[in-house]
Design a protein around this ligand. Structure first.
Ligand SMILES: Nc1ncnc2c1ncn2[C@@H]1O[C@H](COP(=O)(O)OP(=O)(O)O)[C@@H](O)[C@H]1O
Ligand SMILES: [Mg+2]
Length: 306
């Protein structure tokens, strides 16, 4: 797979000398390419509107969202229920189309170059589905075949990933439905890793897990960033999780990014500018005007939802 380095709008481009008739060299290597190329994810002014119900009410699920995620980083998208987190993830993973704005994954435009984007990413949602009667190993083997991996290679890779997850050998053969939710979530993430995605989209990977499983999955995600050098977008409504795992955070409210930065920057900012305690709780309260547990008002009708 080749990664096309598209020219980016940022940074100075070498301007052709006006008086120089010398042939322009096509193979100019730009500094930004040498230091790592395009970001794993670049979203600019992304907007998505749903029209719901008989009265065709418009819901602006994602509004003018811009963010950049670099390789080897965990980018947290923090927001209450209904704030637009899953919609944003679905847009990036090409499950939904954007209304306006631009998204690039490793320099590939998601509309013009959808196949290349799909090859770079994988998504795990909170309600990941399995063949429940099949073992984790069989689920991974099935996924590997779908992804077109060579059988032998898939077997080795599945064993390696499941081993790293700390799933005991004897569990590998047992029906997935008999595993704890935390374990199942790890298997879901492991399955997404089979394609070695360079950008991994984790939509509330720890929601609904017991505290112990939650920590296990969190440690696993950190480990992924550090060993796999994947870029990870992680949605959560757990402030401690965001604080602990994320290199940067964007807080979503009503589909908009109301504030973003590193956890330390955000905490320092809320303390300096607003005289609030330096915690993510107060960051959230200050910039959204609500507590994280309050749900954003849901549309009355669910018509039109998949
Ligand atoms: N397929 C859809 N059709 C209509 N409305 C939707 C659809 N998906 C999400 N929404 C609405 O968009 C808003 C954001 O939802 P969502 O992205 O699921 O938020 P979150 O993941 O943060 O809970 C909500 O008001 C939700 O009801
Ligand atoms: Mg969601």
């Amino acid at each position: 797979m080749s990664i096309t380095l598209l020219p980016r709008g940022t940074g100075p481009r070498p301007a052709p000398a006006p008086s120089s008739p010398a042939p322009e060299r096509q193979s100019i290597v730009r500094v930004e390419d040498l230091v790592g190329g395009p970001p794993a994810l670049l979203a600019e002014h992304v907007t998505k509107r749903f029209v719901v119900g008989r009265e065709r009410r418009a819901v602006d699920a994602v509004r003018d969202v811009s963010l950049t995620v670099e390789r080897g980083r965990i980018y947290g998208v923090l927001g209450a229920n209904g704030s637009g987190k899953s919609t944003l993830i679905r847009l990036v993973s090409t499950l939904l189309t954007i209304d306006s704005g631009r998204v690039e994954v490793f320099g590939h435009d998601i509309e013009r170059d959808e196949m290349a984007v799909k090859r770079c990413i994988n998504r795990v949602s909170v309600d990941a589905a399995f063949f429940k009667k099949l073992s984790p190993y069989e689920n991974l083997a099935f996924a590997a075949r779908l992804y077109g991996l060579d059988a032998g290679e898939a077997r080795r890779e599945a064993a390696r990933i499941l081993g790293r997850l700390g799933i005991a050998e004897k569990r590998l053969g047992q029906p997935t439905e008999q595993l704890s939710r935390g374990m199942q979530q790890k298997v879901a993430i492991a399955r997404a890793l089979l394609t070695s995605p360079m950008l991994l989209l984790l939509d509330e990977p720890t929601t609904g897990l017991d505290p112990r499983s939650k920590v296990d999955v969190q440690v696993f995600i950190e480990d992924l960033r550090d060993t796999h050098r994947a870029a990870i977008v992680l949605t959560t409504h757990d402030l401690d999780e965001a604080d602990r795992l994320c290199d940067r955070i964007a807080v979503l409210d009503g589909g908009r990014v109301v504030v973003d930065g590193t956890p330390d920057e955000l905490k320092a900012r809320v303390a300096a500018e607003r005289g609030q305690p330096p915690t993510l709780e107060s960051v959230f309260m200050t910039y959204t005007g609500r507590s994280l547990d309050e749900d954003v008002e849901e549309p009355e009708s669910d018509e039109g939802r998949p």
